[in-house]
Design a protein around this ligand. Structure first.
Ligand code: DGL
Length: 272
């Protein structure tokens, strides 16, 4: 099957990367809206407009299902996209439910973009599942900028995290929910602030498992295979993926090398 996956930028690559682990036999079209990233500080109307345009583009290219690999776009656009297009359209939302259900007492921190945190979708979810009011919400828009600059492990990122977490006693948290796909790249750095016992929870496994259910596909028996690429050429050949940046097909060596490095980073941090 041909599956379209989109995000404002390179965050969605973490969802695609999980798909390489769990559904390696499928074909993918990956779309990063690099002309408009970040979405997390835009208006809902703008984000809806971009999301509609991209969905149409992916369907025109033959996608049989769409994964909105962006919590922000999902918050504002998913209902409208489903009304408009007649293919399976899956979204992402911060994995609050597994965090609440999988832990008992301590607090849970959700980090996401300002739009995701403001929108009713997350508020409704908390209303449904956070009966004991254990969840705290923290917007972290600058992590999206750092990720887009491929700045994952620098003092700037550390200083930003330190400042953001400074109002919280991180020892009180049993889970940190990564409510933005761009935030996956920083997993080892969160560990510098939260203890080993704090769970880092992202929505990627759940999203691809759900995708498999909806499309009637079986997950591979070896989800922990290493997905590491020695060269951009190998990445293209092995992954059955067409990459687009805001409508432009990616074939130049420099951008492909960039995508390869990002996949390899995602592989390194996958189980942190
Ligand atoms: N990666 C996106 C998300 O999951 C959006 C980041 C942004 O563009 O602000 O929310």
């Amino acid at each position: 099957m041909k599956i379209g996956i989109f995000d404002s930028g390179i965050g969605g690559l973490s969802v695609l990367h999980e798909a390489y682990h769990l559904l390696p036999e499928q074909n993918y079209i990956f779309y990063a809206d690099v002309d408009h990233v970040p979405y997390g500080t835009k208006t809902p109307e703008e984000i809806l407009g971009y999301s509609e345009e991209i969905t149409k583009f992916l369907l025109d290219k033959g996608a049989e299902a769409i994964v909105v690999a962006c919590n922000t776009a999902t918050s504002v656009a998913i209902k409208e996209l489903r009304k408009r297009y007649d293919v399976p359209i899956l979204g992402m939302e911060p994995a609050v439910k597994p965090a609440v259900e999988g832990t008992e007492q301590k607090r849970i921190m959700v980090i996401a973009t300002p739009v995701t945190i403001r929108e009713d979708k997350l508020r409704d979810l908390l209303h449904r599942v956070d009966e004991k009011h254990r969840v705290d919400l923290l917007p972290m828009p600058r992590l999206v900028e750092f990720a887009e600059k491929e700045e994952f492990d620098t003092d700037n990122v550390r200083d930003y995290l330190r400042e953001q977490f400074s109002d919280y006693n991180t020892e009180n948290y049993c889970a940190l929910v990564l409510g933005c796909t761009h935030f996956n790249y920083f997993k080892p750095l969160y560990r510098e602030f939260f203890g080993k016992e704090t769970l880092l929870i992202d929505g990627n496994y759940g999203t691809i498992r759900h995708l498999a259910d909806v499309l009637g596909l079986s997950l591979t028996n070896s989800p922990d295979n290493v997905v590491y690429f020695d060269s951009a050429h190998k990445m293209l050949c092995e992954s059955n993926t067409q990459y687009f940046f805001s409508g432009k097909s990616i074939s130049d060596e420099k951008t492909l090398e960039h995508l390869k490095r990002l996949h390899n980073r995602l592989e390194e941090v996958r189980k942190k």
